[in-house]
Design a protein around this ligand. Structure first.
Ligand SMILES: Cc1ncc(COP(=O)(O)O)c(C=O)c1O
Length: 431
């Protein structure tokens, strides 16, 4: 999108005019599927308003509510009680008096759940990832980061030091080679390795056990982002770390509440006692930003009650069954699916034009979807990042598959027609 940004203009605001014109032209052609506004509660079915005011509704695979806790009555009740007891606002940074007894209780409970001594909560997951990297790494240090790690981690890394090495996706061998070389050449610097438990555009999973071994052997620190699987994956909800027998093993674990825990917010957990106060005093997005509100803390605590109960286990099973059914259905309809079953189902559409048209047809036909385009993903792998909920019914999943297949077929027809029209126009000009 920033290709339309003009850095050459001296007026900083005017630089964005081309970007605006480009997005408005897309909107006029009904191929701007971004900035949608939900008009009601988040759930398996939804209604949204597009940027031009057009209202679209239908099966909802565009929201992150993996265990369907957003509309859960126990969570709504916990939020109401927190408002009555604490009001609606944290009213201060955690470094001063912004924490409530609920946020402190949440930090202790999360630490135990995640298998660490300490945990610190943030107002967003973005702040947690960006902030912990900036706190740990100084300009003379080095970062080795998976090339597809989330933007919060990439930006944190690049703002912490110029010494950032981006390594091929999921390649532990590339991490080992790079870190061995750095350790040989620069034995005196700090090195942070950064990855995710499940990647948010590809739903694929690194070998964390191997990465932990590499980092231990070479004496470097490993940070892992578990935003998309904590609470939602694994027999007890401890994510792919649990699946790999690695709970509590990465040096630093961070994550978000915004996918599974029905709230905004994020966390950083570790066994290093000094990190907690370091974050309080020296992490911009925590020190100089108001704390998670008591309402959000109460929501996450109530969500944890469910995640840790048998209800949570049942919801995780339904989520995985739903994700598998959606993957199988789309695969049978000829879509390429990336990664492995998780709440994220990346269905590849291909080139930019086809993917935009297919998204328009899907929205018109009653499926709420999010399109991820190049350069967020590599060329010709534009995709829908479908997000599954525990409460999606089999019927809703099958509807999504049917709409997806039809939308892609219609988009291919549109492209074929416009190619033919272009050919005819060229021939008539030539004649
Ligand atoms: C992998 C990953 N990390 C971090 C974040 C940021 O989380 P939050 O939405 O809580 O700011 C996201 C959310 O988009 C994410 O996908």
């Amino acid at each position: 999108m920033t290709e339309q940004y003009d850095p050459g203009r001296p007026n900083l605001l005017d630089r964005w005019n081309g970007h605006q014109a480009w997005l408005d032209a897309r909107l006029a052609a009904s191929v701007d599927p971004y900035f949608k506004t939900t008009l009601g509660k988040i759930g398996p079915v939804g209604t949204t308003r597009m940027r031009d005011g057009m209202v679209r509704g239908g099966v909802n695979f565009a929201s992150q509510d993996y265990l369907s806790l957003s509309g859960h009555p126990a969570i709504a009740e916990a939020a109401k009680q927190a408002v009555d007891r604490f009001g609606v606002h944290s009213a201060g940074s955690p470094a001063l008096m912004g924490n409530s007894i609920l946020s402190v209780e949440l930090e202790q409970r999360l630490a135990g759940f995640l298998g660490y001594d300490d945990c610190t909560v943030f107002a967003t997951g973005w702040a947690a990832g960006y902030g912990v990297i900036k706190t740990l790494v100084r300009p003379h240090d080095y970062i080795v980061i998976d090339m597809l790690a989330h933007a919060s981690l990439q930006e944190g890394a690049r703002n912490a030091t110029r010494n950032v090495f981006s390594v091929p996706h999921l390649s532990n061998a590339a991490v080992a080679t790079r870190v061995e070389r750095l350790r040989r050449e620069r034995p005196d610097v700090g090195i942070l390795v950064v990855t995710e438990t499940v990647f948010s555009m590809d739903s694929d999973v690194p070998d964390i056990a191997d990465l932990v071994d590499i980092c231990r052997r070479l004496g470097v620190t490993l940070l892992v982002d578990a935003a998309h699987d904590i609470g939602a994956i694994g027999a007890t909800g401890r994510g792919f770390l649990e699946r790999q027998g690695m709970v509590g093993r990465p040096d630093v674990l961070m994550g978000s509440f915004s996918k599974t825990f029905a709230s905004n917010g994020g966390f950083v957990a570790s066994n290093h006692a000094a990190l907690k106060l370091a974050l309080r005093t020296s992490c911009g997005p925590l020190t100089f930003s108001n704390a998670l509100s008591p309402v959000q803390a109460a929501i996450v605590l109530a969500a944890m009650d469910i995640v840790e109960a048998d209800e949570g286990r049942r919801r995780r099973m339904r989520l995985l069954e739903n994700a598998t059914r959606l993957r199988n259905g789309l695969q049978s309809a000829g879509f390429e699916l990336k990664g492995e079953p998780s709440a994220i189902v990346p269905a590849v559409l291909g080139g930019t034009a086809l993917s935009r048209l297919a998204t328009r047809h899907a929205l018109e036909a009653g499926a709420l979807v999010n399109l991820v385009e190049h350069p967020a993903v590599s060329m010709n792998t534009c995709r829908w990042r479908l997000q599954v909920m525990a409460d999606h019914s089999l019927r809703q999943i099958d509807d999504m598959v049917g709409i997806a297949a039809l939308a892609r077929q219609k988009a291919a027809g549109d492209l074929h027609r416009s190619d033919a029209e272009l050919d005819a126009a060229t021939r008539s000009v030539g004649a």
